[in-house]
Design a binder for this molecule. Structure first.
Ligand code: HEM
Length: 148
């Protein structure tokens, strides 16, 4: 097993946690919270998932950037959208940035003000972050075929 392969395994485990956790929240807990108008269901999940979720995102970023460098995609070529590989890495970085913006809005604005009447705003954030996560996963799966 090469070092790249080992790092890819960490990347995949972290992706499983990040995407799996958000799918669970979107498919199981969010509909229940909307139905019962109970924000505590979301807050309880967020509290339990926060540390694991954030650590897995950290692992995704470190391992992803390491593998990108291993493929010769260094920061000088980011966002030049030159080759298929480079395009995927750049889109992944843009989506990562979007995830940070959603996370920041959620922590500073939506979560502190969450109440039974505005769960729909939080639902928008949750569905967006989940969709972005799935998109990152799909984009990642194209890299073994040379990107898009
Ligand atoms: C939510 C965040 C992310 C998810 C869910 C995710 C998911 C994935 C998945 C499922 C693969 C497929 C591996 C395979 O086909 O075997 C992959 C590959 C890859 N990802 Fe990510 N990824 C994320 C973030 C990142 C970031 C931030 C970067 C770097 C900027 C990155 C760089 C890569 C690279 C270079 C590969 C190719 C590895 C290889 O085939 O050897 N990923 N990712």
């Amino acid at each position: 097993m090469t070092l790249h392969h080992l790092i890819l395994i960490f990347h995949l485990i972290a992706a499983t946690i990040w995407v799996g956790g958000h799918l669970l929240l979107s498919i199981c807990y969010l509909p229940e919270a909307l139905k019962k108008k109970d924000p505590q269901i979301i807050l309880h999940f967020e509290r339990k998932f926060e540390k694991l979720g954030m650590s897995s995102l950290f692992v995704l970023i470190c391992s992803g950037i390491w593998m990108a460098y291993d493929f010769g995609v260094s920061y000088q070529t980011w966002f030049s959208f030159s080759g298929g590989f480079e395009k995927v890495i750049s889109i992944k970085l843009l989506l990562l940035f979007l995830t940070f913006i959603f996370a920041l809005c959620a922590q500073l604005y939506f979560i502190p003000k969450l109440n039974p009447n505005n769960i729909k705003n939080m639902a928008f954030v949750i569905i967006s972050v989940t969709t972005i996560g799935v998109a990152m996963l799909v984009l990642g799966s194209t890299l073994r075929y040379g990107g898009i």
